[in-house]
Design a protein around this ligand. Sequence first.
Ligand SMILES: Cc1ncc(COP(=O)(O)O)c(C=O)c1O
Length: 390
Amino acid sequence: MKENQAMQKLPPYLFARIEKKIEEAREQGVDVISLGIGDPDRPTPPHIIERMEQAIKDPANHQYPSSVGMLRFREAVASWFLDRFGVELDPKSEIVSLLGSKEGIAHISFCFVDPGDVSLVPDPGYPVYNIGAILAGAEPYQMPLTAENRFLPALEDIPQEKAKRAKLMFLNYPNNPTGAVADAEFFKKVVEFARYYDILVCHDHAYSEIAFDGFKPISFLEVEGARSVGIEFHSLSKTFNMTGWRIGWACGNRDAVEVLTRFKSNVDSGVFQAVQEAGIAALEGPQDCVEAMRNLYQRRRDVVIEGLNDMGWRLEPPKGSIYVWAPVPKGYTSASFAELVLEKAGVIITPGTGYGDYGEGYFRIALTVEEDRLREALQRMHDALGKVEF
Ligand SMILES: Cc1ncc(COP(=O)(O)O)c(C=O)c1O
């Protein structure tokens, strides 16, 4: 049996490797605190679970769903979108349901790139942009996200030769792993760039509702002209603590939505309708759970920033996402620092290189453990490292 060339290039998924490390340390009796994986630790709000309980009993939901999603679900998305971003979407032609946004993000490459085409991916970035491009036979071009440029790609630095061959550009704000956010000014430049080079912009908005200090992230689709060049990926995973349910959607450019829907109708059979019902309850129900979640992460963010700054870091609190992205101290690489922290403090942090070459020199902390455990993790790091230098 010989795997194909694309699979030969594919490493095990980052978190599969981290989970293995956690398992090994736990087998040795270490009380590991994992700040590695960005999976919300709190349960799905009860009103969403209750809707699922009812929906699961309805035999109509036991049959194959459609890949595009129930019209009722897409209508709930459209109404939430209008309310949240002031953008009107046609539920019939501009929205498609997804088995979690990861599914759509991976599959969009199969819809728009041919072997030899370029896909513009942020580096550091959520690994699936790169992986989708590789699997579809495209050549990923890494757009560096640097602290100097507020972790936004410098569009003017993308070589013309690459831009001309590019079919897709992936963006993600609030950003995983850097916690950076984007404004309308930046998105306007992206629209211009995409128009000029005829590129489909794929904005990953998985953290659209997780922002702090009163900041409200905008949708890429709010910017004039964005709908002619862009599709946006949304997820219920982080907003409503529903990572295990597998539901999200893509919306925006109707041609792109149509192509993705056609692709999906050939490879999957849609989201379990009872889960879509739960999604409707999430989008149409009370939103105070979302506000409580934001406050929770903001408190945890402050604990981490304060704890790290006490040790010698000089970090600004990130404006969004559920991550803190920080440089490693002098004398370490991302990998050697993450290893040291695991060995000396029993704490898992993610080496920045897991998100691409430009993640070297950084590590990521996920804010998905309770405050007392976070405090303990930071105390252990403090005891193990003392004051750090850069
Ligand atoms: C930036 C980003 N996009 C997309 C996803 C995928 O979310 P889901 O497939 O659960 O909707 C994640 C999950 O961690 C993420 O960090």
